[in-house]
Design a protein around this ligand. Structure first.
Ligand code: FES
Ligand code: FES
Length: 128
């Protein structure tokens, strides 16, 4: 299948690959899997006391679209507060990367990873 230029760009030059210490209280970790294909995405956010996402890193075991989706969201969430980050929709990711229908679940994985990371943070801070 043909990947869009943006997918290939993020796949070949992924932004913010890596991780943070998950025991650091300012770090939120979201780990999700795609039932459709078994791929796994880990997204970590560094969140300031004021609730702003200062940094983000990811590790994704998956296809090009999943890697591109995670790379893209690490760029999108930086500087956002938690509500803004939680409102990022997979449809925006799919549109930005021009994902074909068969690859939509890869963008859903990225949306789910953001939500999972935010849930983790709220649990850590007893906000949930
Ligand atoms: Fe899992 Fe895409 S099907 S790599
Ligand atoms: Fe499964 Fe992309 S995450 S094919």
């Amino acid at each position: 299948m043909a990947y869009s230029e943006k997918v290939i760009d993020h796949y070949e030059n992924p932004r913010n690959v890596g991780g943070f210490d998950k025991n650091d209280p300012s770090i939120a970790t979201g780990m999700v899997g795609a039932p459709a294909c078994g791929d796994v995405m880990k997204l970590q956010l560094k969140i300031s006391d004021a609730g702003i996402i200062e940094d983000a890193k990811f590790k994704t075991y998956g296809c090009g679209s999943a890697i591109a989706s995670s790379s893209l969201i690490t760029e999108w969430v930086k500087g956002k507060n938690l509500d803004e980050a939680a409102s990022i929709k997979n449809t925006q990711i799919a549109e930005e990367l021009a994902l074909p229908p068969v690859k939509i679940h890869c963008s859903i994985l990225a949306e789910d990873a953001i939500k999972a990371a935010i849930d983790d943070y709220k649990k850590k801070k007893n906000l949930a």
